[in-house]
Design a protein around this ligand. Structure first.
Ligand code: NAP
Ligand code: MG
Length: 487
């Protein structure tokens, strides 16, 4: 329940915090115990209009244009510094809001700072080319900012995902309007509060909190937005793309996955076990690139699954703030989503190698805590091995040959990430070459982080790339100039 001491936050529009209308508020809850930790405005079309207008003016302002690329870069380096200086507070906010273990939130804060470092360094290195056409003509390209970027941010890694698109967006000279998820807006609000004293022109960064179908839809459908970066579900991604189509603007869609860890019998078992485990329990499996399918060679399946189950049973479960291995899942809605899959497993008599039960944590009776779960012998075409469960639930399917391994790995609508586990370098390359996904990890698995590596999907995992130098393409547009100097 909220009370008089609950923090009331405003939206951040044109360099100012709005005063929320008391009749239009959203309660923000701690997933561990259901306590209301803040209230934020239920932003609407009008708020989005104000934010987009502010961004438009700021983008066109002399103040922003006059800022040299290296000065922009310096502001971003300072942003990285200030994020690190406030690591403890940011991590605590993220943990209370998202539910994840504090140690994972601390990593998120460091990764957020790294995005600012990384893109700070590229602000003055975005260059064009000269094109040799004919004598007497200079022909060149200029990579220009795209303009006003709408950032629709999901609830699972708000700080990391917010930072990755804000940092590149600002480095490339754009203005930003952010819509955090209704469940987890707090770290983004804190981030802009921290950035405030650094001296970005007002209106260059704006945040409108609210519901997806209201503020989110208003933002992605706004005619003055020039690019939309969206991370979330396929269904919402489709809607965002439809809105973008009406305005003929590009979108980057990062829509999750059903990423396989493909384990061959010649792998280093100890190393593989460690990463397979981490890649499914991190953030209680609520990670777009979670290693949610174990696709394993039949010969080692039984002993591998046995060891994995034993390791899972040793993990601690509790409120994120107490730093367990697993925190709660986000909400009742996510609990129901996951439970539907667990019920289906039961109905279809899928063997449970470990877990499968919701547990009660003392003092956190309102939280939804799931034991890390292994669903064994799942036919690869079964819904459980096809759809995103978004909880700490791993499916296991077996293969006999390399060919079959690739076929199963590629056999879902998604294609975000894959792990390949083998000591045979030739096999590792052969398999990596055949995988239909945006990122392949061989003998490790980077479920989070990876600031410098381009990240994005094939198939229903979306398109466009965030992270790395590749992201610059989405936040800039190319102009070609031809000048005739000799008549
Ligand atoms: P979602 O609806 O796709 O939410 C993602 C973001 O889009 C949130 O900021 C959301 O705001 C916003 N949004 C919702 N409706 C919108 C609309 N009509 N127009 C513009 N923006 C809109 O995802 P969800 O409901 O939170 O989660 C559902 C499932 O999506 C999960 O179970 C999981 O499978 C998947 N998911 C994937 C990722 C990923 O990293 N790829 C992240 C989150 C979820 P509100 O939150 O305020 O509605
Ligand atoms: Mg929350």
């Amino acid at each position: 329940m909220s009370n008089s001491t609950t923090k009331v936050q405003g939206c951040y529009i044109n360099g100012e915090w709005t005063v929320p209308d008391p009749s239009r508020l959203i309660e923000v809850k701690n997933p561990a115990n259901g306590n209301v930790i803040a209230v934020v405005p239920r932003g609407d079309q009008e708020d989005v209009n104000l934010a987009v207008n502010a961004a438009k003016e700021a983008f066109r302002s002399k103040e922003w244009k006059a800022l040299e690329p290296q000065q922009r870069g310096r502001l971003l380096f300072k942003a990285a510094e200030i994020i690190r200086e406030n690591k403890e507070e940011l991590a605590k906010i993220e943990t209370l809001d998202v539910g994840k273990p504090l140690k994972q939130s601390e990593v998120d804060v460091e990764v957020a700072a790294r995005y600012f470092d990384f893109y700070a360094g590229i602000a003055d290195k975005i260059m064009g080319e000269t094109i040799p056409v004919q004598e007497g003509i200079i022909n060149y390209t200029v990579r220009e900012p795209i303009g006003i970027v709408g950032h629709v941010i999901p609830w699972n890694y708000p700080l990391q995902i917010g930072a990755r698109s804000i940092a590149v967006s600002l480095a490339t000279g754009n203005a930003a309007v952010l819509k955090p998820a209704e469940d987890t807006p707090l770290s983004i609000l804190k981030l802009v509060e921290l950035l405030e004293p650094l001296g970005f022109p007002k209106g260059i960064i704006n945040v409108v909190t609210g519901y997806g179908h209201e503020a989110g839809a208003a933002l992605s459908g706004h005619p003055d937005i020039n690019h939309i970066t969206f991370t979330g579900s396929v269904e919402t991604g489709k809607r965002v793309m439809e809105s973008a189509a009406q305005n003929i603007v590009p979108v980057t869609l990062e829509l999750g996955g059903k990423s396989p860890n493909i384990v061959f019998d010649d792998c280093n078992v100890e190393n593989t076990l460690d990463w397979v485990l981490r890649s499914i329990v991190q953030n209680s499996g609520q990670t777009c690139s979670a290693g949610s399918r174990l696709v394993i060679q039949e010969t080692i399946k039984d002993s591998f699954v046995k060891q994995l189950a034993e390791a899972m049973e040793k993990l601690t479960i509790g409120a994120g703030i107490d730093n367990p291995d697993l925190g709660p899942v986000l909400s009742k809605k996510q609990f129901e989503h996951i439970q539907r899959f667990l019920t289906l497993a039961k109905e279809d008599r899928i063997p449970v190698a470990t877990g499968g039960n919701w547990v009660t944590v003392d003092g956190c009776e309102e939280g939804y805590f799931l034991q890390p779960t292994i669903l064994n012998d799942v036919p690869p075409e079964h819904l459980l091995a096809q759809e995103e469960i978004f909880g700490p639930v791993l499916t296991v399917s077996t293969f006999r040959t390399e060919e079959e391994a690739v076929q199963i790995a590629n056999g879902t609508p998604y294609g975000l990430v894959a792990g390949v586990w083998t000591e045979d370098v030739g096999r590792a390359h052969r398999v990596a070459n055949q995988l239909e996904c945006g990122q392949v990890f061989i003998n490790h698995y980077g479920a989070g982080g990876g600031v410098a590596q381009p990240f994005g999907g094939h198939k229903k995992s979306g398109f466009g790339r965030e992270k790395g130098l590749e992201a610059i393409q989405n936040y800039t547009q190319l102009k070609n100039v031809a000048l005739r100097y000799s008549f």
